[in-house]
Design a protein around this ligand. Structure first.
Ligand code: BTN
Length: 257
């Protein structure tokens, strides 16, 4: 079923958080669009039914069927110092976890840096892209891909991917999920600076790989060690026999012993 756009607009107005809302049946990528947009208004939401060049982290593609999922971006002009950019990572993934937990009365897992899992499988990915002005974040585009009602995934993703419908065995109204996520995000975002420690702690409570032996792969290296902690700037601290290594990006896999 298509999005009920007038209803979404109405509900967004009630939230009193989003300042501008744009909807597209088809777009290259909601993130790319907002990165290029002239005179971006702070808190602009762009929702698309289908992206033909959806982007994932680490130069990957984000594939999502039309009419079944949520693909949207929130454009912010956060006025954050560059080293506080990581706050947005934690705020976004925690907000989505809390929103789904409220909707479906379940426990959502966070996975570093900002994936969300149900039953160990990914149902939501976040891509935050930022532009800097001097040492400040000029604009940050928070892109969210949330698998809602999609049942079939390409073979290479099948094993590690899920959707709300696959996991809970029932379909969800995409509008409701979107509004709940925005509501939770607006709540956490409004107290972000003051409450960053509480936000990170709530994120950590949901992160099952924390404290475990992991391997972290980025494009060229593999690091193994104990997942010791995360820092406010969003990095992962790996403990390699007492030596602490700070890592900024990569994919985490728990090593079963
Ligand atoms: C990841 O897990 O690799 C991040 C995926 C982020 C996908 C979303 S969908 C909306 C926004 N537009 C994009 O092109 N990407 C993000």
């Amino acid at each position: 079923m298509k999005f009920d756009v007038p209803n979404i607009s109405k509900q967004i107005k009630k939230l009193n958080f989003i300042k501008q809302f744009e909807y597209y049946d088809e777009i290259d990528s909601t993130n790319s669009y907002l990165l290029k947009k002239q005179n971006l208004t702070d808190k602009t939401l762009v929702l698309a039914e289908f992206q033909f060049k959806g982007k994932g982290r680490l130069e990957r593609k984000w594939l999502a069927n039309a009419y079944e999922n949520l693909t949207f971006s929130i454009g912010l002009k956060p006025k954050l110092p560059a080293n506080e950019l990581g706050y947005l990572n934690f705020c976004t993934s925690l907000s989505i976890a809390e929103a789904i937990e409220k909707i479906a009365k379940c426990k959502v897992e966070t996975k570093w840096p900002n994936d969300l899992l149900l039953g160990g499988k990914k149902f939501c990915g976040i891509l935050i892209e930022s532009q800097f002005e001097e040492n400040q974040v000029g604009r940050s585009i928070i892109g969210i891909g949330l698998n809602v009602n999609q049942l079939l995934f390409q073979d290479e993703f099948k094993e590690r991917t899920t959707s709300l419908r696959l996991f809970f065995n029932k379909s969800f109204k995409r509008e409701d999920v979107l509004i709940k996520v925005l509501k939770q995000f607006s709540k956490n975002h409004s107290t972000l600076k003051k409450n960053i420690n509480a936000i990170i702690n709530k994120w950590k409570l949901r992160c099952s790989s924390l404290g475990k032996k992991i391997s972290l792969t980025n494009n060229k290296d593999i690091f193994t060690g104990i997942f010791e902690d995360v820092t406010e700037d969003g990095s992962l601290i790996l403990n390699q026999n007492g030596k602490l290594l700070k890592l900024f990006s990569g994919d985490v896999t728990v090593i079963k012993e």
